[in-house]
Design a protein around this ligand. Structure first.
Ligand code: XBP
Ligand code: MG
Length: 249
């Protein structure tokens, strides 16, 4: 029986990557006098690395014009990442990154029905605060029984740490919850924590191969499909049917 919904953030609540994090990284490079820029295609490839700091460090390791020593590269990545997060908050505060279709509807429906909600993300807490504050106002946290970010769960997806911690904090078992995810790393993390997982495909992962998701859709207002079932859109009834089907499988 469905008791809890766990939300991923980037790509699931909003399309934050292309016009949010990517642009903020590029502005951070510029502010540091660095000539590097990530275009949409190369950023899409880099998204295979979860975590903005880790992504940056991975890219620096391959650059000839990056600092020579590992310690210097780590230090530069830390400074660039902190600057990026500040610039990301500016972008989000300007209203440039709306919630995806159906997100507000489903969050409100869960709240009304007494379904517990949690956040499980590899992004930094300040980024979640910026995004949800811009969409729901300063008291956004009252909608969520647990908010688990990279600051709480440093082992990034596909590691299941964020999901395990979110389940523990809301005191729900994995089989009475569902994760909403947009990326292969996210689906692997949720599945490794034992959660049924609805893949809500996002722009950068639109054509990704199936990766063990329990159900899938293009957005929450579109048709959702699972083995042996489908619904016109993602609502509580559909989530309950997906969780019940997963329990019987
Ligand atoms: C997505 C990520 C994050 C963001 C950037 O997280 O991998 O790293 O791209 O945020 P999720 P940070 O899909 O789990 O929400 O720079 O704060 O890491
Ligand atoms: Mg995501």
């Amino acid at each position: 029986m469905l008791r809890a919904v766990l939300w991923d953030v980037d790509g699931t609540l909003a399309e934050t990557e292309r016009d949010g994090h990517r642009v903020a990284f590029n502005r951070a490079f510029e502010a540091h006098g660095l000539p590097w820029r990530w275009d949409v295609e190369s950023y899409g490839r880099l998204l295979a690395v979860a975590g903005g700091f880790e992504r940056l460090l991975y890219d620096l390791e391959a650059r000839r014009d990056a600092p020579a020593s590992h310690d210097e590269r780590v230090d530069l990545a830390r400074r660039l990442h902190a600057a990026k997060n500040g610039l990301y908050a500016d972008i989000v505060d300007s209203g440039a990154i709306p919630l995806r279709n159906g997100v507000r509807r489903l969050i409100d429906a869960c709240a009304e029905a007494g379904i517990l909600q949690g956040i499980a993300t590899t992004t930094t807490r300040s980024n979640v605060d910026a995004l949800l504050g811009a969409s729901f106002g300063p008291d956004w946290q009252r909608r969520f029984a647990a908010v688990v970010c990279a600051d709480d769960a440093p082992c990034k997806k596909p590691d299941p740490q964020a999901y395990r911690l979110a389940l523990a904090r809301i005191a729900a078992a994995a089989d009475e919850a569902i994760a909403l995810e947009d990326s292969p790393n996210g689906v692997h993390a949720a599945r490794a924590a034992g959660l049924p997982t609805l893949l809500v495909r996002s722009d950068f992962f639109r054509d990704a191969a199936s990766c063990g998701e329990t159900a899938w859709c293009d957005d929450l207002d579109s048709r959702v499909t699972w083995p042996g079932g489908e619904a016109e859109r993602v609502d509580l009834d559909a989530l309950r049917r997906i969780v019940d089907r997963a329990a019987r499988a």
